[in-house]
Design a protein around this ligand. Structure first.
Ligand code: HEM
Ligand SMILES: *[C@@H]1O[C@H](CO)[C@@H](O)[C@H](O)[C@H]1NC(C)=O
Ligand SMILES: *[C@@H]1O[C@H](CO)[C@@H](O)[C@H](O)[C@H]1NC(C)=O
Ligand SMILES: *[C@@H]1O[C@H](CO)[C@@H](O)[C@H](O)[C@H]1NC(C)=O
Ligand SMILES: *[C@@H]1O[C@H](CO)[C@@H](O)[C@H](O)[C@H]1NC(C)=O
Length: 548
């Protein structure tokens, strides 16, 4: 009896009393408009979020309260640079919530994206050498090869229908995704999906189906169920859980064999004194994991190796392909910028390179140097990832009570302004990291912040140049210890692809209106044709020098 009373008292305290002490309730913030309503849609959906952020900051200041899921879920949304820097740099105090980690883990395993604490530290340490400049060198010829393959494919598609004059409408989103999958397949674990050629490869289909199912099919209810009661689908499998199971079995079988095969090669190399030369991420991970200077307790298991290969597939393919896709769209919408960029690229390599297989190490290196130092190319990529960050926003949970320092005044719900220069947050509260919100903030970037203006980077406003972020003062690759490990990788990939595609093709918009939708990542859809799935058709025609 006493036990039941205690339990009830505890539940009542958790549900009724504790939320009343939640310091976030003191903050100003939008009215959710009902007990079971939420403020998430306006801040999560890229079709409305820029305006929502602006309006909220105007009314409630840069640190405000929003309602998440359900009446007890008050969250902090901060657009204060000092606060977001504090949260992202203090990664042990602000972890990823177990709910999102569970969701990622259920699909790709507990790799670097999902792990926390010591487990994450160990994985990140083992993986870091794989992303060194030295090891990324091999990426240049690989991307060049795949870019050329894609170029040949498109050329073939265009000429098969004699469309050289008018150009052919191509869903660049779909094709670039096939190409970036190919790149991460070879760079990730020395495996040829050959997805540019056809989509029949078993492992390719497994990854593709799994990622697609995860993003498109799960209803909100089944997502919640799979977080809070994952055993449910073990007993009552549905289409989604069946697909994920099937894909995971294929991946475990095929990729598992690859891992064992690599391990053998590395061991043989160590014995024979002729070290194995593989430079793919998997080989480098395995090598770094057996390095003599790595203490025994810092090594990671085969299971963790597989989880991280999955993580690279998941984190490294769609993000890069969407960035490329959005960049081509922006260039199609801004033909002058496209012409200028093409001129810069043609000028950088006057003798069009057609085949990298016969370039030597030095020549490849110098090609990378040249691509790295083209000012307009760099400006356009910075502008593109600022304007359309594939990761729209992220979320953290406070693991302790904390005072988050603020740079801007904090407005309270009663209309007053807090005098202390911080926001109090209690253990367990969520913090929204508005990646896009920061990237598009007019107060920092200027009144044209929502427009495509690559030249802004030649003369950045003081306020923007002080923003935290791993790349170009944007939060596109996040910041701090949990920021993107693949940033340099994707830069090489994006620049090389852009070089190949823009020197061979001209891109024009179609009549379709393109809208952005946040489906795990910010993806393109045609307005009114949401059910046809993510796509971005552009008119692609061969670039003919004399005509332009
Ligand atoms: C344009 C391309 C890319 C963008 C915009 C991007 C963005 C991001 C962002 C925002 C995060 C932090 C996620 C969070 O805090 O919730 C992240 C983490 C990560 N990214 Fe990327 N990424 C890109 C490409 C890549 C590539 C090519 C790879 C690997 C080959 C990669 C691997 C990772 C990994 C492993 C993490 C987790 C790091 C950790 O938690 O320690 N990313 N990325
Ligand atoms: C992490 O949080 C603590 C406690 O609030 C603070 O003293 C420290 O400066 C923070 N570190 C960083 C890097 O922001
Ligand atoms: C390419 O060149 C840039 C600029 O010199 C350099 O920072 C980068 O590390 C190089 N990348 C590779 C893979 O060598
Ligand atoms: C798909 O492409 C691969 C590699 O080019 C080739 O070996 C295979 O025969 C192709 N499969 C089909 C069904 O076309
Ligand atoms: C579930 O899968 C079956 C067979 O794969 C398919 O016929 C059916 O339409 C799917 N149901 C839903 C709701 O997607």
């Amino acid at each position: 009896m006493l036990l039941v009373a205690c339990l009830l008292a505890y539940v009542a305290y958790q549900l009724l009393l504790r939320p009343r002490f939640n310091p976030l309730l003191r903050l100003a913030g939008p009215n959710p408009g009902g007990l079971f309503k939420s403020n998430l849609q306006p801040v999560m959906s890229p079709s409305v979020s820029p305006r929502a952020h602006e309006t909220y900051v105007h009314h409630f200041g840069r640190s405000f309260r929003i309602r998440g899921v359900g009446p007890l879920d008050e969250r902090l949304l901060t657009l204060d640079p000092l606060s977001v820097s504090h949260v992202l740099k203090n990664s042990s105090l602000y972890e990823k919530p177990w709910q999102s980690r569970a969701l990622i883990t259920s699909m790709i395993g507990c790799g670097m994206l999902a792990a926390e604490g010591q487990v994450h530290k160990r994985q990140r340490r083992v993986a870091t050498p794989a992303f060194s400049i030295q090891n990324l060198r091999k990426l240049v010829p690989l991307v060049f090869k795949k870019g050329t393959e894609l170029k040949d494919k498109w050329t073939e598609m265009i000429s098969a229908e004699h469309l050289e004059e008018d150009g052919k409408v191509i869903d660049v989103c779909h094709w670039i995704s096939r190409a970036t999958f190919d790149v991460i397949g070879v760079a990730g674990f020395d495996y040829q999906f050959n997805a540019i050629q056809n989509e029949t490869n078993e492992l390719f289909s497994a990854y593709k189906d799994m990622f697609e199912v995860a993003i498109s099919q799960g209803s909100e209810f089944s997502t919640i169920l799979s977080i809070y009661a994952p055993w449910w689908f073990k007993i009552f499998p549905n289409n989604v859980s069946r697909t994920v199971d099937r894909c995971q079995n294929v991946i475990r079988k095929v990729a598992g064999e690859l891992i064992q095969d690599k391990k053998r090669k590395i061991e043989e190399g160590q014995k024979s004194g002729k070290p194995y030369q593989g430079r793919d991420l998997l080989s480098l991970l395995l090598k770094s994991n057996v390095a003599v200077d790595l203490p025994e307790d810092q090594r990671i298991s085969d299971e963790d190796i597989l989880n991280n290969v999955n993580t690279f597939m998941f984190a490294g393919s769609d993000t890069s392909s969407l960035t490329l896709t959005w960049t081509l769209w922006l260039l199609a919408e801004n033909p002058q910028a496209q012409d200028r960029l093409r001129a810069e690229l043609l000028d950088a390599f006057p003798d069009q390179i057609t085949d990298v297989s016969d370039l030597n190490e030095d020549e490849i290196q110098s090609m990378n140097e040249t691509l790295s130092h083209l000012p307009l190319l760099h400006n356009i990529i910075q502008e593109s990832v600022r304007l359309v960050p594939p990761v729209h926003s992220s979320i953290r949970v406070a693991t302790e009570d904390d005072e988050i320092p603020t740079m801007y005044p904090v407005k309270l719900a009663d209309g007053s302004t807090d005098v202390k220069k911080s926001v109090s947050i209690s253990k367990g509260s969520f913090i929204h990291v508005a990646v896009e919100g920061f990237n598009l903030d007019k107060e920092f970037w200027g009144p044209d912040a929502w427009e495509f203006n690559p030249d802004r980077w030649d003369d950045l406003p003081e306020a923007a140049s002080k923003l935290p972020g791993l790349f170009a003062n944007t939060l596109t690759f996040s910041a701090g210890p949990r920021s993107c490990i693949g940033m340099r990788f994707s830069m090489i990939e994006i620049k090389t692809f852009l070089y190949i595609l823009l020197t061979r093709f001209v891109f024009k918009s179609t009549e379709d209106k393109i809208i952005k939708s946040n489906v795990v990542l910010t993806r393109p859809y045609i307005a009114g044709k949401y059910r046809d799935g993510s796509q971005l058709p552009l008119i692609v025609s061969p670039y003919i020098a004399s005509k332009h």
